[in-house]
Design a protein around this ligand. Structure first.
Ligand SMILES: C[S@@+](CC[C@H](N)C(=O)[O-])C[C@H]1O[C@@H](n2cnc3c(N)ncnc32)[C@H](O)[C@@H]1O
Length: 484
């Protein structure tokens, strides 16, 4: 069963994008070769009207990054930004970004006893009821739409955390015990559930390892960092884990060198790392990078310029080239040749979303955590995504329903924007950035499906229902792990 973490119980049909949702998106940009502005592809370009004159004003707008506008109280106008800066600002701006609004991670008060349930449908029904109650509460409390995330960590607690603990402890005992401490860093710990489950497991089943365990959380959200501390405080003093340290900062602001061997965890965090958008010249295959300009009325225009001015995009593409990756955006040259014969033919390929912030994260790992072992899990595919290679899901909750959109250029702060990850490309890029190794050269760097990982390390009988169905294995088929 494929899951998009925030729409498990809602329709995933794509409604018509209403003015309310994308009220500011203009759509096509215009062709202006003098300024390297290029008209993107449309599926049926012969049906499109001639491109309008380029909005000349945006040539003179100042170019900003997300970091330049962190102090803005509201989304700025009369500027232009790379796509990743636009998305980064929409999600993370401290004043109006999506993450600065209240986001709730669904966490059932008690753990489910799967062995007592008839089958997975019973589990679905129980969940749907709990989720509905939570949504009703949210409507009463909040004026703005609020997101409710449900993650495997929360739905299958403590068994999912136990599986990750079991994996780490077995690797640690094989390679480091008893000479070194077990040091864990978890980025984006949400409610702190994984941390509690991992430490409970080690304390209960591996007391000698527990004595040597240190657990560090790197959390961007102040509210969630507080919640993670509270998870400990509500426990009896004797049951609190004193080996935990919570650091409230973004992984992209990390500046401490960690020379020790450590495990670095990130569960459902990388999907929000902003991407850039690339299109290729259909004749020369030259890549063009996407920018968004925001005019004085707050209308968005997407336009493209040749890759070169942005060092991160350039580094990403140069490294990816060495993995011999072939972009699906140019997979059909005959189609583009055919299109060329039509009036107003596109001169650029379809869009490809490239994970530039994920690449920057690999660089952080290499620089500050040179001895880490990575455990990363996230979506490998997503339903209802924006068109293009590795396009994101852009959605918000409106009157209790998740509403997906067809563009990322939407009102900043109101929408969750999250991407699928091509784990096979990520593995190859990881090898090049973090191990200075060629793709495929190190078999210890592995991609596993969610099911493979859970079957290998999970206590499967604890998540099996009476009918023999196992929701922990059945759900999240569209998630993968990278372990190194
Ligand atoms: C979808 S939640 C997942 C929470 C938890 N890992 C789970 O699986 O239940 C994403 C988490 O990552 C955090 N996060 C997002 N971007 C981050 C960044 N750049 N640095 C650190 N934490 C980040 C969010 O605040 C949140 O805690």
């Amino acid at each position: 069963m494929h899951c998009a973490r925030r729409s498990l119980f809602n329709s995933t049909r794509r409604p018509q994008v209403s003015g309310w949702i994308a009220r500011r998106y203009k759509g096509h940009s215009a062709q202006d070769n003098k300024n390297n502005l290029v008209r993107p592809t449309s599926i049926f370009p012969f049906l499109d009207p001639p491109a309008p004159e380029a909005n000349a004003a945006h040539r003179y707008y100042p170019r900003k990054t997300a970091a330049d506008i962190t102090t803005s109280r509201s989304p700025p106008t009369r500027i232009k930004m790379l796509t990743r800066d636009f998305i980064d600002d929409s999600l993370y701006n401290p004043n109006y970004g999506y993450f600065s609004k209240q986001a709730v991670i669904f966490s059932p008060e008690t753990d489910f006893d799967f062995t007592e349930m008839r089958d997975h449908m019973e589990f679905m029904n129980v969940l749907a009821q709990m989720y509905k109650e939570l949504e009703n509460d949210a409507d009463e409390v909040d004026e703005v739409a609020r997101q409710v995330w449900h993650t495997p960590t929360e739905l299958f607690k403590p068994w999912y955390g136990y599986a990750i603990a079991k994996y780490m402890v077995s690797e640690y005992k094989l390679n480091q015990f008893p000479h070194q401490d077990l040091i864990i860093y978890e980025m984006g710990a949400g409610n702190g559930t994984l941390m509690m489950n991992i430490l409970d497991y080690i304390q209960k089943y591996e007391p000698s390892v527990y004595k040597r365990t240190q657990y560090n959380i790197i959390e961007i959200s102040g509210k969630l960092a507080e919640r993670q501390s509270e998870r400990q405080e509500v426990r009896d003093l004797t049951e609190q884990h004193t080996c935990v340290k919570i650091i409230n900062k973004s992984i992209f602001d990390w500046d401490i060198h960690v020379p020790d061997q450590c495990f670095f965890l990130g569960m459902e965090v990388i999907d929000n790392f902003a991407h850039d958008v690339i299109r290729y010249d259909t004749e020369t295959a030259q890549p063009y990078q996407g920018l968004v300009s925001i005019d004085d009325k707050g209308d968005y225009t997407e336009f493209f310029e040749p890759v070169g001015s942005d060092p991160l995009i350039a580094r990403y593409l140069a490294t990816r080239k060495q993995t011999h990756y072939k972009t699906p955006a140019l997979a059909n040259p005959m189609w583009y040749k055919l299109l060329k014969m039509l009036p107003y033919a596109p001169n650029l390929s379809k869009a490809e979303f490239i994970p530039t912030k994920l690449y920057a994260f690999l660089e952080v790992l290499k620089e500050y955590f040179p001895q880490h072992r990575l455990v990363l899990s996230d979506f490998s595919e997503l339903p209802d995504a924006v068109e293009g290679v590795d396009g994101p899901v852009v959605q918000t909750r409106y009157k209790g329903t998740m509403v997906p959109c067809s563009t990322y250029m939407v009102q900043p702060g109101w929408f969750d924007i999250f991407f699928p990850t091509n784990f096979e490309v990520l593995r190859d890029m990881y090898l090049m950035v973090c191990r200075d190794a060629r793709a495929g050269s190190d078999k210890s760097v592995k991609v596993l499906t969610h099911r493979d990982f859970c079957e290998r390390y999970g206590e499967i009988e604890r998540t099996t229902t009476r009918s023999g169905e196992n929701p922990m294995l059945m759900y999240y088929e569209n998630m993968k792990f990278l372990i190194t």
